[in-house]
Design a protein around this ligand. Structure first.
Ligand code: HEC
Ligand code: HEC
Length: 278
């Protein structure tokens, strides 16, 4: 059987004891659709042969939750996202839905983010807040806040099953280089880089956590530990705090560059789809 795609937009992250080894042959199917969970790593990811989805590192019952939209607690927040999308806010008397009539029109957007516009790296959160401030006359939402993650999850969900494909043109090159540099830079009192954990030691246990490769294709993700949706930048911040480093600013240039670098590692233009027999 062939894996079809690499992206699952609403994913769950569980943090509880219990060792499950990364099983390459486990199959993630949601609503009857099989979702790719491993692929050959791109050449620039020097320390990895294969990229694995975080799903493979979760306990079996958590994997099962993620395969059933009814049981998946992330969907409570997606419902909140629908309400927010339809709610009038700001001086212009508009809701998102006033202009974006059908949220399904956002299909294909999440896999292409972040993207470079006029020399600036733009994230999904930037797009949402630009519409709020420039088109609705509303206050921007907090970058990693509950309203933002609810709506970005709703938008991301429209692309479930689609392949991650961030543009790798010349405009993105400086941001890619910056992201790569940050990924390998040792920081904090523990003097560690992202790579030290997520490339050198994935598959091992850190206290109660089964260490994954730190992929971001599923973000925002619901985390059992704090029972809410978490954005990618909030996760980066948590990892930096864990190594006693001063985290970069959420929504800032460093985390955006890291986001781009991590997305490029799992972009279809960079990876070769593996076929698995099962
Ligand atoms: C007054 C009309 C209007 C309102 C209200 C509005 N938008 Fe937009 N939005 C636009 C226009 C116009 C664009 C740029 C053209 C396009 O891509 O559709 C855009 C672009 C976007 C994009 C990028 C789409 C892409 O493919 O690049 C996102 C995401 C988005 N809006 C989300 C939202 C959300 C979420 C809200 C509510 C918080 C919202 N918008 C409110 C008019 C609006
Ligand atoms: C001390 C080890 C350590 C370091 C260093 C570290 N992380 Fe993590 N990270 C973890 C652990 C533990 C988890 C939770 C279990 C898992 O999914 O790997 C995690 C989770 C993640 C996740 C969520 C993965 C998923 O599937 O939900 C991302 C993304 C991530 N880290 C990115 C980063 C980035 C970017 C850096 C560098 C700024 C970094 N991490 C540094 C230990 C680390």
């Amino acid at each position: 059987m062939e894996f079809k795609t690499l992206l699952t937009s609403v994913a769950i992250v569980a943090f509880s004891a219990g060792v499950v080894s990364a099983q390459e042959d486990a199959t993630l199917a949601i609503e009857g659709e099989t979702i790719l969970t491993s692929a050959a790593a791109p050449a620039f990811a020097d320390n990895l042969d294969t990229v694995y989805s975080g799903w493979l590192f979760r306990k079996l019952e958590t994997r099962a939750l993620q395969m059933d939209d009814f049981d998946n607690p992330a969907f409570v927040f997606v419902d909140q996202g629908i309400d927010l999308f339809e709610k009038v806010d700001g001086s212009e008397g508009k809701a998102c839905a006033s202009c974006h009539e059908d949220v399904e029109d956002f299909a294909g957007l999440r896999p292409s983010m972040p993207r470079v516009e006029d020399g600036t790296l733009v994230t999904m959160e930037n797009l949402v807040n630009d519409c709020r401030t420039e088109r609705m006359g509303a206050e921007p939402w907090k970058y990693t806040g509950g309203k933002m993650t609810a709506v970005t999850a709703l938008i991301g969900l429209q692309s479930r099953g689609m392949t991650v494909d961030v543009a790798v043109d010349g405009n993105a090159a400086p941001f890619f280089e910056r992201g790569k540099e940050l990924y390998y830079q040792r920081v904090g009192q523990l003097d560690m880089s992202c790579s030290n954990c997520h490339e050198d030691n994935y598959g091992t246990m850190i206290r109660a956590d089964h260490l994954s490769q730190g992929q971001i294709n599923g973000f925002p993700t619901y985390r059992l530990k704090n029972a809410k949706l978490n954005s990618a930048h909030a996760r980066f911040k948590g990892c930096m705090k864990n190594i006693r480093a001063t985290p970069f600013k959420v929504g800032g240039d460093e985390f955006k560059a890291l986001e781009l670098y991590l997305k490029l590692r799992i972009s279809s233009s960079n990876i070769k789809t593996k076929s698995a027999t099962k």
